[in-house]
Design a protein around this ligand. Structure first.
Ligand code: ADP
Ligand code: ADP
Length: 239
């Protein structure tokens, strides 16, 4: 079954730049999809369309059979809860503790209130510990986020994303600011979520080697167009 359906999607930015051109793409539950392409190819634009960080210009995007592009209010919030995202620059609150950063991933009105005031239910704290264990950082619970290495910060961001119990994890160049060894640790964590929790992963990677190592399927973009879509073991040099 298709968890994500992208149908005839075009994205033209306000300044006239074409971000995406007639994209059609289905992602099945449990896939580890990697999107490759040069800088400016539209990878980020595509990812941001999936959780509707921005609206597309035409076409539709369905999550679990429901249009996120046409959803609003509570329905949209519920859909977004199923779609977590991590970024190249981690987006942690640097001066706050790891604990506080992870707990802030608990979404919803009460989650927001608690993250502002620092009150948490026992079950939320337990959940945060479990999430940090999944990225092998339980011992960093009380450390300040900016005391951690880049790779550790990205893994905290993954733990924070897990707090919303997502079905889909979007990763926008998650390793772009990391060295190769650390990149592998971050990708290993994403792979584990995919295999152990059944979370569907869609990751933008410009590093070909990582794309081939971790992706079960590789999609190529160029100038906003989808130029190939293959199982990882069928990708050849010419792609
Ligand atoms: P990638 O992630 O593959 O590097 P992007 O999706 O960031 O590519 O960019 C695709 C194209 O859209 C590029 O030409 C880029 O300059 C343009 N673009 C991205 N974001 C914006 C924006 N907010 N406003 C206008 N153009 C944008
Ligand atoms: P990426 O690393 O994905 O290529 P960029 O460094 O191109 O991203 O863009 C960084 C930010 O600037 C993003 O928020 C993107 O949406 C925005 N942006 C990119 N290109 C343009 C553009 N041509 N006009 C306006 N904003 C842009």
């Amino acid at each position: 079954t298709n968890l994500i359906e992208i149908k005839n999607v075009n994205k033209i930015y306000d300044n006239g730049v074409v971000g995406l051109k007639d994209i059609n793409l289905n992602v099945k539950k449990g896939e580890f999809l990697v999107i490759v392409g040069l800088s400016g190819a539209g990878k980020s634009t595509l990812l941001r369309s999936i959780n509707r960080l921005h609206d597309v210009t035409s076409g539709d995007i369905l999550i679990d059979g429901q249009s996120i592009q046409h959803a609003s209010g509570k329905a949209l919030r519920m859909m977004r809860r199923n779609v977590a995202m991590i970024f190249q620059n981690f987006n942690l609150v640097k001066r706050a503790s790891v604990r506080r950063n992870v707990l802030s991933g608990r979404v919803g009105y009460y989650g927001f209130l608690r993250s502002s005031f620092g009150f948490w239910k026992k079950e939320d704290v337990q959940h945060a510990v479990t999430a940090l264990k999944r990225v092998n950082l339980a011992e960093k619970f009380y450390d300040r986020a900016d005391a951690l290495s880049g790779g550790q910060q990205q893994r905290v961001a993954i733990a924070r994303a897990l707090m919303q119990e997502p079905k889909i994890m979007l990763a926008d160049e998650p390793t772009a600011s990391l060295d190769p060894a650390t990149s592998n640790l971050v990708m290993d964590d994403l792979k584990a979520l995919n295999q152990d929790l059944g979370i569907t992963v869609v990751a933008n990677l410009h590093n070909e080697e990582l794309a081939l190592k971790y992706g079960s399927r590789i999609v190529g973009l160029r100038d906003g167009e989808l130029i190939f879509d293959k199982e990882a073991d069928q990708v050849s040099e010419s792609d």
